[in-house]
Design a protein around this ligand. Structure first.
Ligand code: WTA
Length: 648
């Protein structure tokens, strides 16, 4: 399948993997001595307060424990240890939506995080307590995450685009004691607000004792007496030195909620040592991070990509991480490229949806800027289509840079399948091969390796250090979601929820989710979650939500709706608006439905199960290959097709 592009090796004189030979050598070493090899990396890379006893405890699988009895603090790994030789190196470069700039050195980061940690302690936050962070993309969001980690508490960052209801659910599920937020921030030249959302979310919630508010845009907000605290007013009262809490390798580090195929979002829990080790190693292996590099990941800190590749990975590596409050297309589609030129960015990491949008809005914009500092271009979040890949490669990378198409998930903590920039010959659209130490395989339902060209299930056969430890408060759902569908030799293995194909050269091609999760602009959304919200509209009798391919977003949301009574016929336009208002209120604008079809019924099996496969095919405009005669209501299929065709 497809064209092959070879790395320009001269760009990577210090790369860890200089050839596929280097890659296979480490893969083989992991095969020969799995635990010993991980042990060697953990010893070498982590500044332990106390070395671990042994690398892996499998006794309570799938609740694996890594680097047993090791003691460390991830903020020591990200900050303190760099004070020896890079105290005045810039840790965080920040640019605001309006072009405002800040540069924070490692020493300043130490002081900011120390003050914030001291403040949180003073507010009564203790080791193991959960702190929800609902913040814009400002450096204080990073200070907050690291301050929480420093005192041994557990952060749960909630993406600023989520609604009050979604925030409330997460606060309650995590049983958070403190919320850290901001008045608001700026987007496309205008202020937007976060604090009012927190106020709404906390109505009727009595577990949250304090809300710390960073004043970023200075807009009017309401202050609840006794509960709300101004960060700006109080922070300078706190000492700028601190001791990191001594943490066990397996103490929880953070929760991050993500959508599953059923029910409410799940709190993916990560731990200390394994997570930070892999964050750091993948920065070296996949991004070839070098001492003088400036690394730019455009994700939001509310997603795992922001956690691992804006905050923990770059800082653990002692790199300079660029953080951006605004959007790449404002005030014009050259904004991002101008920033690459200005900061001399070496690695640029973004999502295919952003690449497609930048390509569409400014196909020749990259030509206007000096992008010669770039060595590596990364993508994450969804499969990248070859046209977008080629534009990225030719226009942005000028045919020199390596593109790393990184496949991974909230649950995996860091990259799992990715090219190595100086070694892997790449095929546009393929994430290529598993990283050394990661035993990813495509298998069929019986756990047998899938033959070339046949779509199978993507699994990880061995535990790895940065893997999800559990779903917060719901260990049964953890097992059910990840360790129940696929067994190899009778033993459950981690199932990713993604489908994939091997080509004749063994390259892995991710085909997307095989469960009822859709991927809109690289954001995971559960169809069940959206359906549950749509059902709240009084006129809706039944609903089925599916994904439909979208030129820019990857997938868009398509809802089939059966109305309760005839009296709403003719009022569909209003209904569409009302339903999207409910979605915006309950989940957030990212889950808004793009296409509606008001249909007389949904195709169901005789046992009443909705046949989503048929609905997906209709949404895509594909022919229905499946036998529909066994449906309870076969005639409905034709009726739905007619309605959808008329509507589009
Ligand atoms: C998808 C984001 C194809 C996949 C880090 C996965 C990808 C989900 C890729 C995880 C890629 C991520 N190629 N698909 N390079 N990277 N995905 O948890 O479906 O937000 O299961 O983590 O995104 O999304 P999540």
């Amino acid at each position: 399948m497809g064209e092959i592009f070879y790395p320009k090796k001269e760009l990577f004189p210090y790369a860890k993997f200089k050839s596929m030979g280097d890659y296979w050598e480490l893969v083989e070493r992991f095969k020969r001595d799995y635990e010993g090899t991980w042990e060697a990396f953990a010893r070498e890379k982590i500044d332990w307060f106390q070395l671990f006893d042994y690398p892996l405890d499998k006794s309570n699988a799938p609740f694996y424990k890594w680097f047993v009895n090791g003691k460390l603090n991830v903020t020591y790994q990200c900050i303190d240890r760099h004070l020896k030789d890079k105290k005045n190196k810039v840790a965080i470069l920040w640019e605001g939506d309006n072009g405002e700039k800040r540069a924070i050195t490692y020493l300043e980061l130490y002081r900011e995080v120390s003050r914030f940690a001291n403040m949180l302690k003073d507010l009564g936050v203790k080791k193991g307590d959960r702190v929800v962070i609902y913040m814009p993309m400002i450096p204080e969001a990073v200070f907050a995450m690291l301050a929480v980690a420093r005192i041994g508490a557990v952060h749960s960052v909630v993406f600023g685009g989520f609604s009050a209801e979604a925030l409330k659910d997460r606060i309650l599920d995590a049983q958070a004691k403190i919320v850290i937020t901001a008045d608001g921030a700026y987007r496309k030249g205008r202020p937007y607000m976060l604090k009012p959302v927190v106020d709404e979310a906390l109505k009727g919630v009595d577990i949250v004792e304090k809300v710390v508010v960073v004043e970023r845009n200075g807009e009017d907000i309401c202050w609840v007496k006794g509960r709300d605290i101004s960060y700006n007013e109080l922070i300078s009262n706190y000492p700028d030195t601190s001791q990191p809490e001594v943490m066990d390798s397996e103490d929880p580090l953070f929760l991050l909620y993500t959508s599953g195929s059923t029910g409410k979002p799940k709190g993916v829990q990560h731990s200390q040592a394994g997570y930070i080790l892999w964050a750091q190693l993948t920065m070296e292996w996949v991004f070839d991070i070098q001492p003088n590099d400036t690394f730019w990941c455009t994700a939001d800190i509310g997603w795992i990509t922001g956690h691992t590749y804006i905050v923990y990975g770059p800082l653990a590596s002692g790199a300079t991480t660029l953080m951006f409050e605004g959007v790449l297309t404002y005030p014009d589609p050259g904004r991002g490229w101008r920033m690459v030129e200005e900061y001399q960015v070496n690695q640029f990491y973004t999502a295919p949806t952003a690449i497609r949008l930048l390509h569409k809005l400014g196909p020749d914009e990259p030509d206007k800027y000096d992008l010669s500092s770039l060595r590596i271009l990364g993508t994450v979040g969804e499969p990248i289509d070859p046209p977008a890949w080629k534009w990225y490669y030719q226009k942005v990378g000028r045919g020199r840079c390596s593109i790393v198409d990184t496949w991974w998930q909230t649950e995996t903590g860091g990259h799992m399948i990715s090219p190595l920039p100086a070694a892997t010959p790449v095929k546009p659209g393929s994430a290529t091969f598993p990283l050394p130490g990661i035993f990813a395989e495509i298998v069929n339902e019986n756990g047998e390796k899938a033959p070339v060209g046949e779509k199978g299930l993507l699994v990880i056969k061995k535990p790895w250090p940065s893997m999800i430890r559990t779903i917060w408060g719901d260990p049964d759902r953890f097992i059910q979601s990840y360790f129940s569908r696929v067994k190899i030799d009778g033993k459950p293995v981690y199932f990713s929820g993604d489908g994939a194909i091997y080509d004749e050269d063994g390259y892995i091609w991710i085909t997307g989710r095989v469960d009822d999760v859709i991927n809109v602009s690289g954001h995971r959304l559960g169809t069940a979650e959206i359906e549950a919200v749509i059902k709240k509209h009084p006129a809706v009798a039944e609903v089925a939500v599916v994904g439909r391919p979208d030129e820019i977003k990857g997938e868009s949301i398509f809802a089939y709706i059966v109305l309760k009574g005839e009296d709403t016929i003719g009022e569909e336009m209003e209904l569409v608006q009302e339903i999207n208002q409910i979605i915006t209120k309950e989940i957030g604008a990212i889950a808004k439905v793009d296409n509606f079809a008001f249909v007389p019924g949904l195709p169901k099996t005789r046992s009443g199960k909705i046949m989503r496969r048929i609905l997906r095919a209709i949404a895509k405009g594909e022919e229905i290959k499946q036998d529909t005669s066994t449906l309870e209501n076969p005639q409905i299929v034709e009726a739905i097709i007619q309605i959808v065709q008329k509507g589009s």
